[in-house]
Design a protein. Structure first.
Ligand code: MG
Length: 378
């Protein structure tokens, strides 16, 4: 069922270091190369850390909010469904989805912005680029190489955006930004799955936290129209069920529109290979009408949730923790664990940024306390 323009593990551009093919059972490979990639990601240290990293709400704020891990699982679930509908390679989309946030700092976007500000004079910090750095260099699990030695297609999918300056240093995966080419459809699908996932789960988490209300969301047509359908069908529905019934319809509407619009775009171009996809503009996307509705929801979340004063207070604390950790390790490299001191011999700011970016929320809070609270030991 794989479309001729889908990514195909048998025609992969390959891995940086050659490896033995997977063993055969009755003449069939146990796993294809994209499955191997996905499995390496799931077994990585960075993947396990996602459980304790903030999506919007810091881990200790509540057990029911999304974390980076549950967010990544939701992205993978959506991306696989869309990939299957478009006859793309499901294993590749799943792998890209599970890896897409591996480079996130603790404390979500507040953490990323703070670390980027600290790194201003040392090449900056960007979580998307850091995700690639994690799988290419920072994971140390193999005897023969650093990183996970993933296929080109998986790495291409992780790198969503990139400046020309950075692209020139990245080699193969950077090239498309210089040539203005597109990534595989699997990568394009995962980008949209990411967006559909967070817009919808942030409505859910926002309502749960009571930082936003159903009344406020009435101005957002994507929400209001779907809620009206639910209320029409179930006039006596309790609020606890009303919200998920509304949100699942929102997700469904977005996914259906994305699949239909993308299939139309693909049909129009009639690509015959992945090369055709890479040379074409982005083919995965929403219709104009849904794009506008989705944009309105995004704007709503930005002004009412991500910049709610209670979220701002947590962001300000996060910024302080990240900045103070960075300053302390830059002033005295010997405060870092030994393996990070070793890396600092080559590039201290980058080694400090790698150490901080790898921390979970709670580890960063503890590490900050260990360094700054006199009554704390070690
Ligand atoms: Mg994400």
């Amino acid at each position: 069922m794989l479309a001729p323009y889908a990514a195909n593990p048998d025609q992969s551009i390959g891995r940086k270091f050659d490896e033995q093919p997977t063993p055969l059972i009755n003449g069939v490979a146990v796993r294809n190369d994209f499955q191997r990639d996905r499995d390496r990601i799931i077994h990585s240290t960075a993947f396990r850390r996602l459980e304790y990293k903030t999506q919007v709400f810091v881990n200790h704020e509540g057990d029911l909010f999304r974390t980076r891990l549950t967010h990544s699982l939701e992205v993978a679930q959506l991306a696989r469904g869309i990939a299957r509908t478009l006859n793309l390679h499901e294993d590749l989309t799943e792998g890209i989805a599970l890896a897409h946030d591996l480079g996130h700092t603790p404390f979500g976007h507040a953490g990323q912005d703070a670390l980027n500000a600290c790194m201003r004079n040392y090449g900056g910090f960007e979580h998307n680029l850091q995700s690639l750095r994690v799988v290419d260099q920072l994971e140390k699990r193999y005897a023969e190489f650093d990183g996970l030695n993933l296929t080109f297609e998986l790495r291409e999918g992780i790198l969503k955006h990139c400046s020309i300056k950075n692209a020139k240093q990245l080699g193969d995966v950077g090239e498309r930004f210089i040539r203005k080419h597109s990534p595989s459809l699997e990568a394009q699908v995962t980008n949209f799955a990411d967006e559909i996932a967070y817009n919808n789960h942030d409505v859910d988490d926002g309502l749960r936290s009571q930082l936003i209300t159903i009344e406020q969301l009435q101005e957002i047509s994507l929400f209001a129209e779907n809620m009206a359908i639910v209320k029409d069908k179930y006039p006596a529905i309790e609020q606890k069920r009303l919200i998920p019934e509304t949100i699942r319809r929102m997700i469904n509407q977005l996914v259906m529109d994305l699949c239909e619009t993308s299939l139309r775009n693909i049909e129009q171009l009639s690509p015959t290979s992945i090369q055709d996809i890479r040379q074409a503009p982005y083919l995965v996307g929403f219709s104009q009408a849904i794009e506008a509705k989705n944009h309105a929801l995004k704007q709503f979340l930005r002004s009412n949730l991500y910049h709610h004063y209670k979220v701002n207070r947590m962001s300000a604390k996060a910024e302080r923790i990240i900045t103070e950790l960075f300053t302390a390790f830059m002033q005295n490299v010997e405060l870092m664990p030994e393996e990070h001191q070793e890396a600092a011999k080559y590039d201290q700011p980058r080694a400090v940024a790698d150490y901080i970016a790898g921390m979970t929320d709670r580890f960063a809070i503890r590490e900050h306390r260990r360094l700054f609270a006199v009554e704390e030991y070690l």
